[in-house]
Design a protein around this ligand. Structure first.
Ligand SMILES: C[S@@+](CC[C@H](N)C(=O)[O-])C[C@H]1O[C@@H](n2cnc3c(N)ncnc32)[C@H](O)[C@@H]1O
Length: 252
């Protein structure tokens, strides 16, 4: 429960928030997970009333505007929003909960309060998501903070692992310098798969970079007129007249 962003109104994540901890939807990581990265994987699809529906993950959902708009438009798709700022997580989860109670829709949307990168690395099974959305990620402009940026090689490697073949990583930012950084990373990952060593079947014969095809960003189905995605940050930056940059990396 929290009263912060709710301007005095109690924020309640019940029925929408994924519980972490003993007995919760997300149990603690098992011992020895470092030696067996798959040991901590959980079946995310089982968190939804229709586990058979395709899964999309949004990283850094903020106030949850994209999830509310897109989740209502596509009830046959499951959406998991991951937000590590507790107040924003609660705000988004409460917003979705109220919609479920009032209108009966958005039962296909759930929120998780954790670090999305760690979650991808340790919890998400291979090839389980159809789309990963990353909109207006924190740019961390100072050079000494660049290592905190979400888009980096290990993030792209994890996205490739987690996406189904043909699945998409959809990214939009307003930040020109972060975009240039992303483009350098995309260039490395939008190559044919290359092996570190050339002996097929050897332990070292595994993909290093590559494995995506880059496509231009096409606007989200739920975006309003003249919008790209229609998130809170997009609306704020649009009022300031900032340009937007975006791409889709399609997993091959
Ligand atoms: C600039 S805001 C954008 C929010 C929303 N996507 C939008 O466009 O309105 C970035 C959001 O990502 C969240 N975030 C940053 N790093 C994260 C991480 N590692 N895991 C989960 N959420 C993260 C922040 O708390 C913040 O809410």
């Amino acid at each position: 429960m929290s009263f912060g962003l709710g301007r005095g109104r109690e924020l309640d994540d019940s029925g929408v928030g994924v519980r972490i901890g003993p007995g919760g939807d997300l149990p603690p990581l098992p011992d020895g997970v470092a030696g067996d990265p798959r040991a901590g994987h959980v079946d995310l699809r089982a968190w939804f009333p229709h586990p058979e529906h395709p899964l999309e993950i949004e990283i850094g959902s903020g106030k949850g505007t994209f999830l509310v708009q897109q989740g209502a438009l596509r009830p046959e798709t499951n959406y998991l929003g991951i937000e590590y700022a507790r107040e924003f997580y609660l705000y988004a989860a409460d917003r979705i909960r109220r919609r479920v109670e009032a209108a009966g829709d958005l039962t296909n949307v759930r929120m998780l309060n954790t670090d999305a990168f760690e979650f991808l690395c340790w919890r998400v099974p291979d090839a389980c998501a159809r789309v990963i959305h990353l909109y207006f990620a924190d740019p961390w402009p100072k050079t000494r903070h660049h290592k905190r940026r979400m888009v980096r090689d290990e993030f792209l490697r994890q996205c490739r692992r987690v996406l189904e073949p043909g699945g998409e990583l959809r990214i939009v930012t307003d930040h020109a310098e972060y975009w240039a950084w992303m483009e350098e990373h995309f260039a490395r990952w939008c190559l044919p798969l290359v092996a570190r060593h050339s002996v097929p079947g050897s332990e070292e014969h595994r993909p290093t970079t590559g494995g995506f095809v880059r496509l231009p960003f096409d606007r989200a189905e739920s975006a309003g007129q003249d919008e790209v995605v229609g998130t809170n940050f997009e609306r704020k930056y649009k009022r300031e007249g900032r340009p937007f940059y975006g791409a889709i990396l399609k997993r091959i």
